[in-house]
Design a binder for this molecule. Structure first.
Ligand SMILES: [Zn+2]
Length: 410
């Protein structure tokens, strides 16, 4: 059996190479294939919402989609059993970003993440519904992570957080929070005990993230210790695909002021190949390392990949993700052209934002050495601190810990 590529980017399966390309052997149309593929690429976004965001063009990079071949998706059925038990929280209490931040802590998880984390701090901006997640070893790390994200987003928006809302858990109701909020003039509101509906926005976000993560881990039967990577990718994806109630805009557009692009999105957990650094390559050594695609870097234009041979995480721009499966081996022309596709991955803080012209100039200058991401001094020191994790110096990519630092959030 071989796969043939048709003119509209459809991969059709033929039973043997000598068989003519008759219509009876074509495996579905490109439209039907692509809606199922995009459903998986966008974190199993339900078909109704997927068709809506594609039709009204609130997201860039989705091709024209037909109807699903089978609206019942196996991983969704397994992962989203509890969907009916929580409703959307449609009420928006604010008129601008950072007027109110909802936050909550999830955990402890049964399995530690790759980076040894057990809890998830979730923060949601009430106005845009844009969310951030951070992964913690212990509940006591909630404050340092809140402070880190809070200062970063204040800097990004150029105005202060007005109110935060959490439950009265000790991780939030403590002197660190009190002093920090007091010094910055932030009002800290607490929801009443045993009334989670008062914290409805973040409670719902927690459940949606958990369901998405379960579904995404299920689809490729990945080990559960990849949960932090899955949650991080869910948060990244849902910010770009979910529309805020009563608007025709995504959370991303309300927060960033521009439409998101999902052109570079790939199916989480897919097999992928990371190009090795040519300078250190022997003549007969393979040119790429096999890995598992685990989402998007929130700092640089790159994909996050778990390298199977060295069991370490890298962020690289030279990655081929095989999320279609039945492709012909000869079809290698869909290699990711990062210069075009991963434009919006980089979450720039205000001070490092380049003007359009400067950015373009920079792009042209760097085109020659795209394959290499030099680790910053900071990253080098992080690697040095953590001797238990393997290093992958020969690859020439940014090797990192799996969500081991407070700033590794989406
Ligand atoms: Zn699904």
């Amino acid at each position: 059996m071989i796969g043939l590529r048709t003119s509209d980017n459809c991969y059709a399966i033929c039973q043997n190479p000598s068989t003519s390309f008759s219509s009876s052997l074509v495996c579905g149309s490109s439209k039907i294939e692509s809606i199922d593929l995009w459903h998986r690429r966008l974190g199993h976004l339900n078909y109704r919402d997927l068709m809506k965001v594609a039709n009204i063009e609130v997201i860039k990079g989705i091709p024209k989609l037909g109807k699903p071949s089978n609206p019942i998706c196996g991983p969704c059925q397994k992962g989203k059993q509890t969907r009916s038990t929580h409703k959307r929280v449609d009420e928006v209490l604010t008129s601008k970003p950072l007027e109110l931040l909802h936050m909550d802590l999830m955990g402890p998880m049964r399995t530690e993440s790759l980076g040894g984390k057990k809890y998830i701090l979730v923060m949601v901006d009430d106005y845009s519904r844009y969310a951030w997640v951070a992964f913690l070893r212990d509940k006591s790390e909630a404050f340092i992570n809140f402070k880190d994200i809070g200062l970063k987003i204040q800097n990004e928006k150029g105005h202060p957080i007005e109110r935060i809302r959490s439950d009265r858990g000790r991780e939030f109701d403590n002197s660190n929070f009190f002093e920090f909020c007091h010094s910055l003039g932030i009002k800290h509101e607490f929801s009443a005990p045993r009334t989670p509906q008062q914290n409805g926005v973040v409670e719902r976000k927690n459940r949606v993230l958990q369901e998405m993560a379960r579904t995404m881990l299920n689809q490729h039967e990945l080990p559960t210790h990849f949960w932090a990577e899955a949650i991080n990718t869910d948060c990244y994806t849902s910010n770009r695909t979910h529309m805020r109630p009563h608007t025709r805009k995504t959370c991303y557009e309300l927060w960033k002021g521009k439409k998101p692009s999902v052109k570079y999105f790939r199916v989480f957990g897919s097999r992928c190949y990371v190009l090795k650094d040519h300078e250190n390559l022997g003549k007969f050594e393979s040119k790429s390392e096999e890995g598992i695609f685990l989402g998007y870097s929130s700092k640089i234009r790159a994909y996050r990949v778990y390298i199977l041979s060295s069991k370490c995480m890298v962020e690289s721009i030279n990655v081929i993700v095989d999320d279609i499966g039945s492709r012909s081996r000869k079809c290698d022309d869909d290699r990711i052209d990062v210069s075009k596709d991963i434009e919006v991955i980089e979450e720039k803080s205000k001070d490092e934002k380049l003007s359009e012209d400067e950015e373009k100039k920079d792009e042209q200058g760097k085109k020659g050495d795209r394959g290499r991401i030099e680790p910053s001094k900071k990253n080098k020191s992080r690697q040095a601190e953590d001797r238990s994790l393997p290093t992958n110096q020969g690859l020439g990519h940014r090797v990192l810990k799996a969500f081991a630092t407070p700033s590794d959030h989406a």
